[in-house]
Design a protein around this ligand. Structure first.
Ligand code: KIV
Ligand code: ZN
Length: 513
């Protein structure tokens, strides 16, 4: 295929995705996701908005220092200090881009800026010129483009391209456009911006009306060659176009689109799990491509068809997006070697120390559970290999509870080689257990959200508890997980992990200040 058939994938999970309410991630988590995006073959990773906070600045810098294959991008308003911060954070990136944005719709110009079209045009040109003095690769976004006056955006795009913008992104900021309309806008830009051949046209679609993916795809049929998207479609409000859906549509319907991307689609499932784990946003079972039901066939007629010929009801191969066989893989007699090999097949490579921890836990689970599935192995590794220091370690819990009696929970925690134990009587087992942990650690947490899911099948399945906790006197909420065949143990682990995460973040902040 000619080069013009290549669609660049610009991932904004770490920037727009992280703007989703409650999705904030720590630096280590962001770096893990950046590595996963690099493995996926993402062309451009928007790593954050450096001027927003020291944390954002540091995360962009960390990603820039570590990622070699993808271009690293930092977002900036059309203001010098934003562009300076982005340039500085990106300094060590092998390939870097500054993404400058400025609203062009009447609503935004009047209410946010109280500025005329002429003033906005000048600001955009000045900002792109300034960004260009810092890096070669500059992207410009007329925010709220889909609700902007068309002649005005044509003019803005022409002028920013003249001063060096190499990508012009067309945001449907509020998810208002319909596919034919958005596709039409892209075509109009191609026909009315005289120097448009000097820049790549990009899409950035929000999902408020559920058409972000459809809009992005309509745009590529009309000449857009970069799609901005996120893993699992996370993002501000209803989210952004989902990368896995856009890419799989382009691949599966190559007969229709005649286009290609550089994405290694077999990494989708793993990356989706990672983003879900770190943001605490569970993927709905019916979510296209990465939902747990996406390749499951329930009806007898469909199952019969599939057994005779897969293509009767399957338009994609599950393996192509990273599903691995979910049959029984390992049992309690399996050794460290087999365990390590299976993890490698699942794309998980651990250090010797982490492998020892995960293997010890596997043996423990295999003793309790008849069948150990791939999903269990992934959950075991997630539970044992942390992105934070384990200041407090859950040693044991005992519970006395019943329908008509209060719960009595005794929790034993270890910290710095010391053992601490506390018994509390209260209303429900989970609440009582959390009260005991608060008392032991001297930090009071408020549970903002709690959910539990079964990791794999069967009554003896591992349960994964996700919690969102706000600790007294601390600003941010923390999302954490715990896994066990025992629900109370999983709940306690999740809560202790949340506290450990908070303490690690505080320690890192202190170290860096
Ligand atoms: O939705 C939007 O308009 C944005 C811009 C910053 C590109 O996220
Ligand atoms: Zn956006």
């Amino acid at each position: 295929m000619a080069n013009n058939d290549r669609v660049f994938i610009f991932d904004t999970t770490l920037r727009d995705g992280e703007q989703a309410p409650g999705a904030s991630m720590n630096q280590k988590e962001k770096l893990d996701i950046a590595f996963a995006l690099e493995r996926l073959g993402v062309d451009i990773i928007e790593a954050g908005f450096p001027v927003i906070s020291k944390g954002d600045f540091d995360s962009v810098r960390l990603v820039a220092e570590n990622i070699k294959e993808s271009t690293i991008c930092g977002l900036a308003r059309s203001i010098k200090k934003d562009i300076d911060a982005a340039a500085e954070a990106l300094q060590s990136a092998k390939q870097k881009r500054i993404h400058v944005f400025l609203a062009t719709s009447k609503i935004h110009m009047e209410h946010k800026f109280k500025k005329s079209q002429e003033q906005i045009l000048q600001m955009a040109v000045d900002a792109v010129k300034y960004a260009k003095s810092k890096v070669d690769d500059v992207e410009f976004s007329p925010e709220d483009a889909s609700r902007s006056d068309r002649d005005f955006i044509f003019k803005v795009l022409e002028e920013v391209i003249k001063v060096g913008a190499t990508t012009v992104n067309i945001p449907d900021t509020v998810g208002y456009a319909m596919p034919a309309e958005y596709g039409g806008l892209i075509e109009a830009i191609r026909n009315n911006v005289p120097n448009i051949d000097k820049a790549v046209i990009s899409t950035h679609c929000h999902d408020d009306l559920g058409v972000a993916v459809a809009n992005s795809l309509a745009a590529v049929t009309r000449g857009a060659r970069q799609v901005e998207c996120t893993i699992n479609g996370i993002g501000e409000r209803a989210g952004n176009a989902s990368m896995e859906e856009v890419v799989m549509a382009i691949n599966t319907r190559s007969d229709f689109y005649g286009l290609k991307t550089g994405i290694k689609t077999r990494e989708f499932l793993r990356t989706s799990h990672l983003v879900s784990k770190y943001t605490g946003f569970t993927v709905p079972p019916n979510k296209a491509i990465v939902g747990s039901n996406a390749f499951r066939h329930e009806s007898g007629i469909h199952q019969d068809g599939i057994l005779k010929e897969r293509s009767t009801y399957e338009i994609m191969q599950p393996e192509d997006v990273g599903y691995v066989g979910t049959g029984l893989v390992l049992g309690k007699h399996s050794g460290r070697h087999a365990f390590k090999d299976r993890l490698r097949e699942l794309g998980i490579v651990l250090s010797d120390e982490d492998l020892d921890k995960a293997f010890g836990r596997f043996k423990n689970v295999a003793d309790k559970k008849k069948q150990v599935f791939d999903e269990d192995l992934i959950a075991i590794v997630d539970d044992e290999v942390h992105t934070f220091q384990e200041t407090w370690h859950l040693d044991s819990i005992t519970l006395q509870s019943g329908t008509n009696i209060p719960s009595k929970v005794s929790v034993t925690l270890k910290s710095d080689g010391q053992t601490h134990q506390k018994e509390v009587v209260g209303e429900g087992p989970v609440d009582t257990c959390y009260k005991a942990i608060d008392a032991l650690t001297n930090v009071k947490g408020e549970l903002m959200d709690y959910s539990i899911r079964s990791v794999s099948r069967g009554k003896d399945a591992l349960g994964e508890v996700s919690v969102k906790v706000k600790f007294k006197g601390k600003g941010q909420t923390i999302i954490a997980h715990g896994t066990s065949t025992d629900i109370l143990e999983a709940s306690a682990k999740a809560y202790v992990n949340a506290l450990n995460k908070l303490l690690s973040q505080e320690a890192n902040r202190k170290k860096n200040s």
